[in-house]
Design a protein. Structure first.
Length: 81
């Protein structure tokens, strides 16, 4: 048994800091396509091939009562070049 994902998250009123090994913070969802039919079953389960060590920061700015802007940035440590 191995631990594949793990994150720690600190939340404040308008700011969040996230660090750990998880999916990419700028593309957390892995789309499926017909091209995956040639792959073995469950080969894309959990998106384990896209896990990277990362640290990210989010900050929310209220523009008006109904509008908010979310700024997000981070640092990745990819396994491949």
């Amino acid at each position: 048994m191995r631990l594949r994902t793990g994150i720690v998250r600190f939340d404040w009123a308008n700011t969040s800091v996230v660090a750990g090994q998880d999916t990419l913070f700028f593309a957390p969802l892995a789309p499926t396509s017909i091209a995956t039919l040639a792959m073995p079953p469950l080969s894309y389960s959990g998106n384990f091939v896209e896990l990277d060590a990362a640290t990210s920061r989010e900050h929310i700015v209220a523009v008006s009562d109904s509008t908010r802007l979310k700024f997000q940035g981070g640092i990745l440590d990819p396994w491949s070049g």
